[in-house]
Design a protein around this ligand. Structure first.
Ligand code: PHE
Ligand code: ZN
Ligand code: ZN
Ligand code: ZN
Length: 296
């Protein structure tokens, strides 16, 4: 694709990583920031006359895909409490922990609460194409009207909630662990505190995890919607302190099958899944009935 506009190249990128695409002798080398797992070669590069020689082992193709959104029958439509999990997986494997786990957990909560007349409206969302760069959630948030956006009071994200070598991680709404990561919008710390309280009541340890932008909360925090959620770890390595809190094996990945063919039904920790599903149900009920939702 020599400078062609609109060509989409898929690769296994990481946010913040820059891929360097070397030109042949005498041609410029360009660096392209990789967003999620896809990026586009835009008009700008083509217009600038840049010649790109791209090598990729994944052939791109166009597909249409859909988010699945389910609203509760009851509840004030001006006060929407939204929960989400991505339903897609990477091509490499079946994606059972990433993210059958979160998808199944919110489905279970949706079914359980289906006949409960909450004060606020619950909106369950199963995002498409997260693995291609948060495409489903980006599209959803980008196409909300200003009114619909204002009605969305908070967003809770569940991506990988049953990692085999899990840590129980709660999105850090206020950067209280001072890693310098961006804090969430106002109200996000209050959501973090609810999840902390749930685990505290169970005498169960928990740790914070930064809003890195690597999952579907990204577009929501991008427009200032208070956000939170749970995570049990991906390719990161469990620390000794985490082993003390959760068992498992320090020095090994939280999910050694992350984005691989072995992310099968065998790649699920039942205890983590049960604890997190309980936390999701608790948050859905608390925020489903709250008169005073987090946020400004
Ligand atoms: N979104 C990542 C994926 O689907 C996993 C992830 C979730 C990483 C949350 C960091 C934080 O592969
Ligand atoms: Zn993934
Ligand atoms: Zn995921
Ligand atoms: Zn915090």
């Amino acid at each position: 694709a020599a400078g062609a506009a609109g060509v989409v190249i898929f690769n296994e990128g990481q946010p913040g990583r820059t891929d360097t695409l070397a030109g042949t002798a005498g041609e410029p080398t360009v660096s392209i920031p990789v967003v999620g797992t896809s990026f586009a070669i835009g008009q700008e590069l083509a217009a600038a006359g840049t010649v790109l020689h791209l090598k990729t082992d994944t052939i791109s193709e166009m597909r249409t895909t859909e988010n699945v959104i389910a609203d509760s029958r009851w509840g004030d439509p001006n006060k929407v409490v939204q929960l989400g999990a991505h339903l897609d997986s990477v091509l490499a494997g079946p994606g059972i922990n990433d993210n059958g786990s979160g998808s199944a957990a919110i489905l279970e909560v949706a079914e359980t609460l289906a006949k409960v007349p909450t004060r606020n409206k619950l909106r369950f969302s199963w995002w498409s194409a997260e693995e291609l760069g948060l495409l489903g959630s980006e599209h959803y948030v980008a196409t909300l009207s200003a009114e619909e956006q204002a009605r969305t009071k908070l967003y809770l994200n569940f991506d990988m909630v049953a990692s085999p070598n899990y840590s129980l991680m709660i999105y850090d709404g206020d950067d209280s662990d001072a890693t310098g990561a961006p804090a969430g919008p106002e109200g996000s710390a209050e959501i973090e505190k609810l999840f902390e309280k749930y685990f505290d009541v169970l005498r169960q340890g928990h740790v914070g995890t930064d809003f890195t932008g690597r999952s579907d909360y990204g577009p929501f925090i991008g427009v200032g919607i208070p956000s939170g959620g749970l995570f049990t770890g991906a390719e990161g390595i469990k620390t000794a302190a985490e082993q003390a809190l959760f068992g498992g094996t320090a020095g090994q990945a939280y999910d050694s099958c992350y984005h691989q063919a072995c992310d099968t039904i065998a790649n699920v920790n039942d205890k983590a899944l049960a604890l997190n599903t309980g936390a999701i149900a608790t948050a859905a009920v608390v925020y489903g009935f709250s008169r005073d939702l987090p946020g400004p």
